[in-house]
Design a protein around this ligand. Structure first.
Ligand SMILES: CC(C)=CCC/C(C)=C/COP(=O)(O)O
Length: 284
């Protein structure tokens, strides 16, 4: 018996049961003979035939199919009956990334509860979580703004307050749009959360950590060790989100990127001392 490739002029080949039950070699690029066509069922052969009839292949070989179907009188399966066995490369890549994300996040959720493998460090991670929470930052900035007796200090604190508010609003909008559930292993015992905080993407702590770290490094004169400490704190906040099981790795990664970019927005919307006096005058 000639090899499948020789019989089919180099086209893709496969073996299908003929009407006498014997397997026949045929090209999957041509429409199968009528007795082989059947409605969608569990038969893998018919599924594979439909694979060769996939829309992209049909579009590419439409003329040959049309001529072959008219020649053999074979019925063209309607598109909705064809299984899409050729998802796009991007779809496959995104699905793979999501699977890796969920698997890695599950593996890294080592202190999601007290009896997890690293449950003993959960209190420390909760402390880091609080250090990145919106409420302590808002309260701290308002206190510094109130206690500041220099125009420069007030200018910096007012713009940091505006940055925190912009961050909260943008994160809330993205969370509300994406509505990604938090990891299944998360135990939601975070304090002072609001409606959208039940969603996972992006991590509000990560956006705030990146935004505040960039802001402090740009507007405070800090010695080198303190600058390293600020970066270490931001990294630990992001890491704690995954270790506590609050977020997937992609939630935190995107949060860091979003917070970093949010600082550019704060620089564009920077309130100068003149603008500050005008604002204070209007408030006064
Ligand atoms: C209520 C205020 C002022 C801030 C909410 C802070 C918070 C709970 C954010 C959620 O962070 P993750 O998205 O990282 O869990």
């Amino acid at each position: 018996m000639p090899s499948p490739k020789a019989r089919n002029n180099g086209g893709r080949s496969g073996s299908v049961p003929g009407n006498n039950g014997r397997y026949e070699f045929m090209s999957l690029n041509r429409s199968p003979p009528p007795h082989l066509l059947q409605r969608q069922g569990s038969d893998p052969t018919s599924a594979r035939l439909r694979a060769s009839e996939s829309p992209t292949r049909r579009r590419g070989s439409g003329s040959s199919n049309a001529s072959s179907s008219s020649a053999t009188g074979a019925q063209q399966l309607p598109e909705e009956d064809c299984m899409r066995l050729n998802p796009s490369f991007v779809g496959i890549a995104l699905s793979s990334l999501l699977a890796i994300d969920l698997w890695l996040s599950k593996r890294l959720g080592v202190c999601a509860c007290e009896d997890s493998s690293w449950g003993s460090i959960r209190p420390l991670m909760k402390l880091i979580e609080i250090s990145g929470h919106g409420i302590p930052w808002l309260a701290g900035v308002l206190y510094c703004l109130y206690k500041s007796d220099s125009a420069a200090g007030q200018e910096v604190m007012l713009n940091l307050l505006m940055a925190l508010i912009v961050d909260l609003v943008l994160v809330a909008v993205v969370k509300a749009v994406v509505r990604r559930r938090r990891p299944s292993h998360n135990r939601m015992d975070m304090f002072a959360t609001f409606s959208v905080d039940r969603y996972s993407f992006p991590s509000g702590h990560a956006t705030r950590a990146a935004l505040c770290a960039r802001f402090l490094l740009a507007h405070l004169v800090l010695a080198a060790p303190l600058r390293v400490l600020v970066l270490l704190w931001a990294a630990l906040v992001g890491l704690s989100r995954v270790l506590l099981g609050r977020h997937n790795v992609t939630d935190v990664a995107f949060g860091f990127g979003m917070g970093y970019c949010q600082y550019n927005l704060v620089e564009m919307l920077w309130v100068s001392p003149v603008g500050l006096q005008l604002m204070m005058g209007q408030l006064g």
